[in-house]
Structures are given as C-alpha cells and as structure tokens.
Design a protein around this ligand. Sequence first.
Ligand SMILES: [Ca+2]
Ligand SMILES: [Ca+2]
Ligand SMILES: [Ca+2]
Ligand SMILES: [Ca+2]
Length: 406
Amino acid sequence: MPDTNTANREDAFGLSLQKSNNLVKSLSNDLTIDSYSSNSSSATTTSDSLFTNPQSNQNPNPNPYLTSAAISPDFNGDGKADKVWVNTETGEIKIRLMDGSNTIEEASLGQYDLNSWSYKIGDFNNDGKTDFLLRNNSTGENDIALMDGTRVSSFVKLDTVDAGWNASIGDFNGDSKTDIFWHNDTTGENAMWTMDGTTVVSANVLDTTDAGLTATIVDFDGNGKSDIFWRNTSTGENSVWFMDGAQASKYDLQSQDAGWDYTLGDFNGDYSTDILWRNSSTGENKIWTMNGIFVTESTLNTLSSDWTASIGDFNGDGKTDIFWHNGTTGENTAWLMDGGNVSSEAFLASNNAASKPYLGDYNGDGKTDIYWRDQTNGTDTLWTMDGTRASESAIADSLTSEWYTA
Ligand SMILES: [Ca+2]
Ligand SMILES: [Ca+2]
Ligand SMILES: [Ca+2]
Ligand SMILES: [Ca+2]
C-alpha cells in the first residue's frame, strides 16, 4: 500500500490526534470475542484463501494497492489520482480532480476545526470512487461522506466513539467495501466495524493488545482481506493478525530492532504486502518480501539519513518501486524493484530540496507520477514518469502556502 501512512500526513496538517482515557461507550453491542490461540499451527487457513479481485477501474496497473480508490484518492473513478487539500488557516478542505497537471474540477467540502477533525479515505460502497471518514477526535463524532466526483452523494453520521480511539481503514472480509478498525492507544482495546456503504453491518470487540503496539493495515497473505501488522516500536517485536472479518488468527513475526522504520509496498507484485525497512540513523535499507508469516529478507544499498523513500510503480509492471528524495541536496533517484532486488537504478534531475513529493498516477496510464509541492511559494510541478524517465510540467493553478496536501 503505497504511502498510506495517514498519521504522518495528519501531523503535517496539524490534525493531531487527541488522546484521552475515556472509555468506549458505543462499541459494546454485538459483542463477539474471539478465542485467543496465540501462535497456533493453523497456518493453512490463511494460505488457502483465494485472492479476491478488487473493483475493476480504468487504471491499467494490475496491482490493487496502486489502483484501489480506497487507497489512492480517485473521487470520480476515472483511474487518475485526485488531490485533497487542507487550508491550515481557515480549516477548509478542498478536493481537486486531476488530469495530469490540470485540475479538471475543484470543490470545497466546507470548513473544519483542524484541532479536532481528521479524515481518512476509503471506498465504503465499492463504486471505485474514494469516500471520506471524518472523525472528531474531541467529541468522538464520526461521519461518512460518499463521494461522486466533487459531489457528496451521501453524508451519514455514525455512532460516536470516544476520544482516544483511532480509526484505521481496511477491507477485513474481502467484499471490497472499506471497514473500520478501531484501536485505543491508551488501553490497547480493539474493535471492528464491518461496513456496507454508510451502514455499520456489525460491530465487534476484538482482543485487547499490550500497550505500546502500533497497528498498521496490511495484507500479508494476499487473500484480499486486510490483516493487522502489530509493531512494538520500543522492543522491536512484530506480530500479525490475519483477519477474516472480525476473526483474528495470531502469529509472531521475527523482531526488527527499534531503530528501524517501515514503509509498505508490494515489491514482487504478488498482491501480498511487503515491508521496506529503513534505519534512519545508519541509513541501512532492507526488504521483507512477505508470504503469509514467511519472510524473505533482502539487503539493499545504504543511503544517508538525508534521503526519504516514497513508494510507487514507475514502469507499471505491478511491482512497487522506490523513489528517493534527498531533503538536503535536492537529489532524486529511482529504484525499479523486482522483489528484493533493484532491477534498474537511475539518478533523476535534482530539484528544490524543500519540495515534497506526493506520489500518484495523475494521468492514469498505470505508471505512478510525482506531484512536487513547493510549500514556501506554491509553485508546484508534476513529473510524469515512464520508468526512470521524468517529464516535468507546471501545475498551472498551484494553491498558496497555507494549503497542505496528502
Ligand atoms: Ca480521478
Ligand atoms: Ca465510494
Ligand atoms: Ca515497478
Ligand atoms: Ca502516470
């Protein structure tokens, strides 16, 4: 799942999550607690599942991680990545439908108090058009906005979930409709809402996890049902819950010490989530190619801590590639990946070191492009990618510097 670390994006927006010790009020109906079988030997339950084909859309890239409207914003379902913008002074949220470097339509979703409201994207009704989950981290309110282009086709208030709970999106039962996983960072409590459009079909309480674990939504066995990757960022311990709806099969994974951060991708194109590990102090990089709980580790070249990795697929072969930007020198390099090996590496033109790359397929040709945001003066550019070749065009109507994007 390329660049889905929404927590980081929200921090960039100043949409910080407010933590509290409040107890959950509204999750306790329809209580189903799984029997806990730690590290049981029933691995076959996960590897036998068939891959569920996602909602087909107009983007030719074969990999659902790169084309799914639940993961990459595409509000009109034309296979071209769109953009969400947040004005940090007024709280206005705006979406722009993109066609390459051109904005074909723009609309405001209104103004929100960014101290309390945050959003996640998903596709709750599986129409191939990105929707929003809006959450107020102070009051616990939750709203779903189903989108049809720049128009909100349906807006529904869901039950309130107390502050302290964080929502993650995934598709845990493989019906291609986004579900909501809830985790309370303070108490370690977990719950899941299985969704059908704007309806909560079932609300289940899951087992409580130890404090200090971070949940990331993955699909390590590639069966089209999202799984939960748990990492203890202090001890470096890792584990996974393979999900089938609200049923969790739990396994430990090998540890990776606390100095390592991770980015998700699918480097061998088998639709199972892989992990790019980066040690930001030593600059070391490695890939875990995942097949269920089986890890194949490959060591990549070391790059100094000035370099930041982003994930895309620049040659459109369904295998995610790695784009590196040097935040000190402005240098850029792309690694085309074949599993844990770099099949092609090229230095690209340097640009403004402070510019930030936002990856998406803005022209819908199946190859990930790079939107460069210059936050200081709002002169943005698009690099249309074809493998390791980049063609630059100006974004005609860049937004002013108080606007931030994801
Ligand atoms: Ca679009
Ligand atoms: Ca939708
Ligand atoms: Ca590729
Ligand atoms: Ca493209």
